[in-house]
Design a protein around this ligand. Sequence first.
Ligand code: URA
Ligand code: CA
Length: 442
Amino acid sequence: MDIISILEDKKRGRALSREQIAYFVKGAADGSIPDYQLTALLMAIRLNGMDARETADLTMEMAASGHMLDPDVGGVPVDKHSTGGVGDTTTLVLAPLVAACGGKVLKMSGRGLGHTGGTIDKLESIPGMRVELPEEVFVSIVRCVGCAVVGQSPQLAPADKRLYALRDVTATVDSIPLIVSSILSKKFAAGAKAIVLDVKAGSGAIMPTLEASIDLAKAMVDIGSHAGRKIIAVVSGMEEPLGSHVGNALEVKEAIDILSGRAAGPLKRVSLFLGSQMLVASGVAETEEEALAMLNDALNSGAGLQKLKEMITAQGGDCRVCDDVSLLPQAPVLYPVKARQDGYLAHVNGTVLGLAAQRMGAGRISKTDIIDPAVGFVMEKRIGDFVKTGDVVCTLHAASQQNAKETEQRILDALTFANEPAPKARLLYALVKPEGVTELSE
Ligand code: URA
Ligand code: CA
């Protein structure tokens, strides 16, 4: 076996054998195959594809490239994964709610990447919060509290770490077999037995069209169910930030506001929908309706907020932020961005908004940058709203007056106004299960 013959086969569009796949995954994990041969192979896979059997083999070999956890959490370990969004804090809302209903949420999350925020960076805005915990501590928190959210352990799926970093800089991210194997290998290695995927569609999503997002969802459900996992994918809209808050501490505040009953809207709706799928996938509830009723009870009784407090305390954080959000880091400058014309908000460029937050200091430009947990902004209008000249469309939480002024134009550039009424953005497009696809229309 050698890498040249593997490259030759994939260049000609031939299916790779399990042995060939195992060979290059091992070479990616242990460093024995150099970057230039791996990138050539990634591009050949991006251009010529992989069939379902190859994708399944690639997923399994990548999962087995490092530690494989099989944790005893006192129930079915359930995970949720989003393909990436802006103002998308569903994890912080649904993990405690699902735990309050008896689910066991074992969540490994990422840091911000490009224009998208990362749950781990958000959690670190809570004073004292630890997101890097030994595997046995993580598992024991899930067992006792019902949920824990930590960073990706470097021992899990190391082949993906190498391949993902190469894909990011060689225009090979947007390949269904590569995305499926990347995401699912990490879920399998972390020991998730039930998996709910939130596949985004719309501007700022990883796949360019709704059809491509549904194809990605189907491919993941197919591979996951053949591997013996309970797996459901939700295809949801990403035409504008899901919540109104963008920025690390601001997004934690919005999640606490929802769990306290002070806030509602699309973030709450999508979080409850994904949470209901998690309860069904892990067998805690029999039907979506039953699951939604349980989650609403946990929300209204305060049991969800109580779980968030327990999780924060178990991970070393100061849970008083849940009763007093002013204990979260606060930016020194509040700056209103005002509309310069009348009109209906017709389109929001989520990528431009995400990049604006990143430039304010909420995300990293280079890998070693230290983020400012306090900065970001609150969108005061959503797609479909009518605004008059001078109305506040967004409130910036900035580190300085100068930074606020620089950001103002970026925010306005992300918004398109129209004279005619614009429809609200779609939230939920489809539910994909092993049995088939159900269209959703919300
Ligand atoms: N997220 C991942 O972890 N991997 C991908 O390939 C795409 C999104
Ligand atoms: Ca978007």
